[in-house]
Design a protein around this ligand. Structure first.
Ligand code: PBG
Length: 324
């Protein structure tokens, strides 16, 4: 009979030794909680496809941020749903836009919360694309100029970090220039550098009311079949001055997170997107999986793959689970 000489099970015999040899520790310190802000007062619209997630008006948003702060979550990322959409997404570049007013309200009430804004136009344009449409197509360079104006309004409102998500060529450089020229050299950029054209964004588009009215986003977001191209996208954003590199979605792209971690020495963020959240929630509600264990395993896998920062709708629940 074969008598194994190596017995890795020796180090799995009880929780204490498992704790000692554990390689990855999930921490609330690494999490960013996404929030959706809408117009009005006292408004709390549950997002049907994302149980536990609501669109909130600014007053309730501030209450929510207080709670997020109490839970020890260091940062939020804000998405806005404006009162009015138009072809140029003008709410996004106005000092009185929904995001600009919300950032001011949060910074007044909870100044210690680290506030990140998503920088894109898809929630603000009536066509639902991520920038200016010229001759039926997203015009790259016209959008760069708009992004520059957008970030300066966010900076004026008091944002701590901006996160461009449109996959527009040159967006990081254009945003860096606009910030620096306006004396905001200290505001970092977290670039959605490798963002895939993913069906996992479906529930988010309900939450943010940002579904494209024609076509899709495949002419600017990446083909899910490509990995080397992700590294090229990341290298470009590093060269343009990105401070943090993001991979999105997270769980179906763990190989990309691991490769970016290996090649790049900047902090790596991963966006555990709406579809990843809703799949776990739905199966949990049906009693088909143990929601808490599946969610923690998913978040741990993202960390293990190499993400330093995880943007996740599970952040509030994770704060509770991790302190149990
Ligand atoms: C674009 C943006 C999207 C998400 C974050 N920023 C949607 C898209 O590209 O269609 C998706 C996040 C998620 O699915 O949770 N502003």
């Amino acid at each position: 009979m074969f008598n194994p000489y190596f017995r890795p099970r020796r180090l799995r015999q009880n929780e204490n030794i498992r704790r000692m040899v554990r390689e990855t520790a999930l921490s609330i310190n690494d999490m960013v909680y996404p929030l959706f802000v809408t117009e009005g007062k006292g408004v709390k619209n549950p997002v049907n496809s994302m149980p536990g997630v609501c669109q909130l008006s600014t007053d309730l948003l501030v209450d929510e941020v207080r709670e997020v702060n109490t839970l020890g979550i260091p940062a939020i990322i804000l998405f806005g749903i404006p009162a009015k959409k138009d072809p140029m997404g003008s709410d996004a570049t106005s000092d009185e836009g929904i995001i600009q007013r919300s950032v001011r309200a949060i910074k007044d009430a909870v100044p210690e919360m680290y506030v990140i804004t998503d920088v894109c136009f898809c929630e603000y344009t009536d066509h639902g694309h991520c920038g200016a449409i010229v001759n039926g197509e997203l015009d790259n360079d016209a959008t760069l100029e708009m992004l520059g104006r957008q970030v300066v309004t966010h900076a004026k409102a008091g944002v701590d970090m901006v996160a461009p998500s449109g996959m527009i060529d040159g967006m990081v450089g254009a945003i860096r220039d606009a910030l620096d020229e306006n004396n905001y050299a200290n505001i970092p950029i977290m670039s959605y550098a490798a963002k895939y054209a993913s069906a996992f964004y479906g529930p988010f588009r309900d939450a943010a009311e940002s579904t494209p009215q024609f076509g899709d986003r495949r002419s600017y977001q990446m083909d899910p079949a490509n990995a080397r191209e992700a590294l090229f996208e990341v290298e470009l954003d590093v060269a343009e001055g990105a401070d943090i590199i993001m991979v999105k979605p997270a769980m179906p792209y763990l190989d990309i997170i691991a490769r970016v971690r290996q090649e790049i020495d900047l902090p790596v963020a991963a966006y555990n997107v709406s579809g990843e959240y809703s799949l776990v929630k739905a199966a949990g509600q049906l009693g088909w999986v143990d929601e808490k264990r599946v969610a923690l395993e998913m978040l741990t896998s993202i960390k293990r793959a190499g993400a330093d920062i995880i943007l996740t709708y599970f952040a509030k629940e994770a704060a509770g689970w991790l302190s149990e």
